[in-house]
Design a protein around this ligand. Structure first.
Ligand code: NAP
Length: 411
């Protein structure tokens, strides 16, 4: 029986309440079924073939929603663009909802395609702690108090990057290194609707920005221009960067169930980041540093490649350079240091190719976070490092991805 003959189809939908508009799904979709306007990300039922390629890379899980509906009554793009929340099963006129891509019973399953293999693991490291996710959404955000707002970059730096500390008082809000939270900017957008939350990676370890406190930190850059270089005032980043001690913020999350660190002591971490993509690396490094300070033997190695324009623009530069070399092997890449050639993290990876390959041979976990643009260069550098060490990168990369050892979060 062909798909055109069945009445029921499993329509793929995105939850507008949880979606953080990071564009990952639209970039990933191999058949261009996903599109967006300034408000929502939506799926074209006529084009979507339910291949599932977009599911893994989505950081929030907002992508994994399905309604079994009559083919003649699928939700149009215009309808989806107008949603503030997903329709209930009853509103959808659906026989059932099924919030996972499982086999469709009673109608023909959508065709599967050979979707492009995600370059990133969709499962966490095998020894990672179990994360709490989606405890608070836009309908039940948790209130946090601002207890710190420190400028990390020099006053004359081109970027204003802030270390923001939020305290949750007596309210439980457990986060793990690598997870993210949403912040809801106050006020209304141009359409008169509440702003959707913007997502920020947590920069502190599980035991709190201050150990034993119910707080966490974020690394936030004030957005003053758009991707096209034209002046653009980021709604949430400016709100967050202007927060004062004592202010309260509405928080959603925590989000993220795969970009997590391994818990076993022998695991090596290879961390590659640019700019504010350093947030999860700081969290993981600090977690390991605290364990080491508490006397736990940690045979696993840490290697960090970190890129910024100049030392003055590198978040956490001071504390980072004070970490002992036998704890972390740090390679900084400055692209606009006066009198020095432009250097990116991938250039440093090439310089350290032999050490990188040796690390990849072991019990290692790779984390890449920051600018989307660095992804291709970093992958090329890893491939070349492996080739020079007689290692087959495609098969190693696939194994790392499959085993929850290769995590990419770029925007
Ligand atoms: P940035 O300051 O614009 O750039 C950091 C460094 O990366 C600069 O030295 C830059 O060099 C270099 N760079 C530019 N293109 C590159 C390429 N193709 N390959 C390698 N390096 C390259 O960084 P940012 O503004 O902080 O942006 C960081 C990104 O991380 C953002 O896209 C953000 O969304 C993302 N992120 C943030 C968080 C968070 O929680 N804050 C979490 C995850 C991801 P030049 O500018 O000199 O070319």
């Amino acid at each position: 029986m062909g798909i055109s003959e069945v009445t029921l189809i499993k329509q793929h939908l995105i939850d507008p309440e949880v979606c953080i508009r990071c564009n990952t799904c639209e970039e990933t979709c191999p058949v261009d079924a996903i599109t967006h306007d300034e408000r929502n990300y939506v799926v074209n039922a006529e084009v979507c073939n339910a291949c599932g390629a977009c599911l893994g890379p989505c950081p929030t899980g907002s992508i994994d929603h399905w309604r079994i509906v009559d083919r003649s009554k699928v939700f149009s793009l215009d309808e989806q663009l107008g949603w503030d929340e997903l329709p209930t099963v009853e509103e959808a006129g659906a026989t059932t909802s099924d919030d996972s891509l499982a086999t469709l019973v009673g109608a023909e399953a959508p065709p599967q395609t050979n979707a492009a293999i995600s370059p990133s693991s969709t499962k966490p490291p095998h020894s990672a702690a179990t994360p709490q996710t989606n405890l608070h959404g836009v309908k039940n955000p948790i209130t946090a108090s601002v207890v710190g707002n420190l400028r990390l970059t020099a006053e004359d730096a081109s970027g204003d990057v802030r270390h923001i500390v939020l305290d949750f008082g007596s309210l439980p809000f457990p986060v793990l290194e690598g997870q993210a939270i949403g912040i809801i900017p106050p006020g209304l957008d141009a359409n008169g609707r509440a702003h959707h939350p913007r997502m920020y990676s947590v920069a502190s370890p599980r035991s709190g920005e201050r150990e034993g406190y119910n707080n966490l930190s974020l690394t936030v850059k004030r957005m003053t221009e758009g991707d096209d270089g034209q002046p653009f005032r980021g709604v949430c980043s400016n709100y967050v960067c202007d927060l004062q001690k004592g202010d309260t913020v509405q928080v959603t999350g925590p989000f993220g169930a795969s970009f997590l660190m391994p818990n076993h002591a022998g695991s090596n971490l290879l961390m590659i980041c640019t700019g504010t993509g350093s947030a999860p690396m700081r969290a993981m490094t600090e977690q390991r540093r605290r364990l080491r300070a508490a006397g736990q033997p940690l045979p696993g190695r840490l290697m960090l490649f970190f890129g910024a324009r100049r030392a003055e623009e590198l978040p956490y530069f001071g504390p980072l350079t004070k970490l002992p070399a036998d704890f972390i092997d740090t390679c900084l890449a400055f692209s606009r240091a006066p009198g020095q050639p432009r250097t990116y993290v991938q250039d440093r990876l090439r310089e350290r190719a032999a050490d990188v390959a040796e690390l990849l041979r072991g019990d290692s976990f790779v984390y890449i976070c920051g600018l989307k643009g660095m992804e291709a260069g970093v992958l090329d550098a890893l491939r070349d490092a492996c080739a020079a060490a007689d290692m087959d990168w495609p098969s190693l990369h696939q194994r790392l991805v499959d085993e929850g050892r290769f995590h990419v979060e770029t925007y």
